[in-house]
Design a protein around this ligand. Structure first.
Ligand code: C2O
Ligand code: CU
Length: 513
């Protein structure tokens, strides 16, 4: 199905010409272009790139406009030997990347050619609330054959992505990267590659809607879901996080038939061509719905530079676990040969997603190669500190709110603070406050908790913690996060396990007038 992997030539507008980007060839081959510093012609510094002045920058921006049309439509795609009917943006999985520079204004027209209503959520972007894509909260659903113009400034550089915010559409092919470049990029790298990780069932196994219905009916312990770690009563037999189970014993309940890197199954992986010694920045996005991945590159260490688009003091690790909705940027110095890039479904008995890094001659490593890096130094949030530029200014909380995460009725429902979405009590805050959310996981599954419209800082441990918009809260763990209430509106707060979110684990951060 060539359409699925043709070179998205319309994707790289002329205004983006200062760097060449990866292009997927028909054979799944990735060609990466000239480096970040191939050109010194920088676009003017945006009026504001500070996330803490997002509200102002929404009006401001640098005057540059990035226009795209985003067509959501039923599509047949080739996942690498397996052809499936699904829904996509622009005909490919993942959809065509949108790339801009911090301060640019995006004008994206969504054309809904799906047989269902949809919206687009711009995950991680501090945008005006009416552009956030949450039906009933920030916008009306876009009806079939309808369209919607999303217009907003991207205030902060980083690795972001977008997906629908209707039902479990996220678990179809509707997903794509949104890369916001830094006009004053402080990092050193020669080239970059976006890696989108995804768990796949649509058009092959059960549909996402069928899986959701099954969960609502049977909970977690039944109906072919789970990995045999459930008790017959639907209760997780899982234990605490730790050891070789950093997310606990039950990291996900949906059995996927395939795990993908950039839309390809492991049997027919994407190959990234480079040269020994080149510093490659990988932007890793977990677009999965129910799967965390443990990521490693055979023969390489990963220098972590960003979490969820925000800078950290560079740190070298062997491997990292990325929850649903999270992003990591890592820089790797390419060795000489052919190396596997693997994303192992955490806590699931499934074949890892895979890509190849080829910088020289050598045999392609067999499909079942398990890089030893997977068992090496595993990144922990507490290993990381934010860069000075991206640290939230220290300040005590003006308001503290509990966000308790609860399994109900054997996993047929998932609640926040005793209620499912719709019956929820909003988390009320006022503009200008420093707000501390106490994310209290009272269940035995981990929850990648996502806050819309803001990037919070992990609290505690003496200094300001790393900035994130999605954070894995481990079984029975309490995690405090601080955010500056600088973007008035109504904002979803939810688990990025899309099934949990749909089964109730969604609430609202609500600015009081
Ligand atoms: Cu990426 Cu409300 O989600
Ligand atoms: Cu969850």
């Amino acid at each position: 199905m060539p359409a699925a992997h043709s070179s998205p030539s319309t994707l790289h507008g002329k205004d983006l010409g200062r760097r060449r980007f990866l292009q997927l060839g028909a054979g799944g081959l990735v060609v990466i272009g000239a480096g970040a510093f191939a050109s010194t012609q920088l676009i003017g510094r945006p009026a504001s790139v500070s996330p803490d002045s997002a509200a102002q920058s929404l009006r401001g921006g640098n005057g540059k406009i990035v226009r795209r049309e985003l067509r959501a439509a039923p599509t047949t795609v080739d996942l690498g030997g397996r052809i499936v009917p699904t829904w996509t943006y622009g005909g490919t999985v993942p959809g065509p990347e949108i790339r801009a520079t911090a301060g640019d204004e995006l004008r994206i027209r969504l054309l809904n050619e799906l047989p269902a209503p949809t919206t687009v959520h711009w995950h991680g972007i501090a945008l005006p609330t009416d552009m956030d894509g949450v039906p009933g909260l920030s916008q009306e659903e876009v009806a079939p054959a309808g369209s919607f113009d999303y217009e907003f400034v991207v205030p902060h550089p980083g690795t972001y992505w977008f997906h629908p915010h209707v039902g479990v559409q996220l678990d179809t092919g509707l997903q794509a990267p949104l890369i916001v470049e830094d006009p004053t990029e402080p990092g050193k790298y020669d080239e970059e590659v976006v890696l989108v990780l995804d768990d796949w069932t649509d058009g092959w196994g059960d549909s996402p809607d069928a899986i959701l219905q099954q969960m609502a009916r049977d909970g977690m312990g039944d109906g072919g879901m789970g990995d045999g770690e459930m008790g017959g009563d639907g209760m997780s037999m899982g234990g605490m996080a730790g050891g070789d189970q950093p997310l606990g014993a039950d990291a996900g309940d949906v059995t996927y038939l395939g795990h993908l890197i950039n839309g390809r199954l492991p049997a027919d992986p994407v190959t990234i061509e480079s040269t020994p010694g080149r510093r490659i920045r990988f932007r890793v996005i977990n677009a999965g719905a129910d799967t965390a991945y443990r990521v490693a590159i055979g023969g390489h260490r990963l220098t972590v530079t960003h979490t969820d688009g925000f800078g950290v003091t560079p740190l070298e690790v062997d491997t990292l676990v990325i929850g649903m909705g999270e992003r990591y940027d890592v820089v790797v110095t390419a060795g000489d040969g052919v190396f596997p890039i693997v994303a192992v479904p955490e806590g699931k008995d499934a074949a890892p997603a895979r890509a190849l890094l080829r910088t020289g001659s050598g045999r392609t490593p067999p499909a079942d190669t398990r890089p030893t890096e997977l068992d090496g130094h595993l990144l922990a949030y507490t290993d990381l500190t934010p860069t000075e530029a991206d640290a939230l200014a220290p300040k005590g909380p003006d308001r503290e709110l509990d966000v308790s995460l609860q399994m109900v009725n054997g996993g047929r429902q998932w609640f926040i603070n005793g209620a499912g979405f719709g019956d929820h009590e909003p988390l009320e805050i006022s503009e200008g406050e420093r707000v501390r959310l106490h994310l209290k996981n009272q269940s035995m599954m981990f929850h990648p908790m996502h806050v819309h419209g803001h990037t919070f800082a992990l609290a505690g441990r003496g200094g300001p913690g790393i900035r994130k918009d999605t954070v894995n809260v481990l079984p029975m763990q309490t995690l405090a996060v601080d955010l500056q209430a600088d973007n008035p509106g109504q904002w979803a707060v939810h688990c990025h396990n899309i099934y949990h979110a749909e089964l109730g684990m969604t609430t609202v951060l609500s600015y009081l007038e």
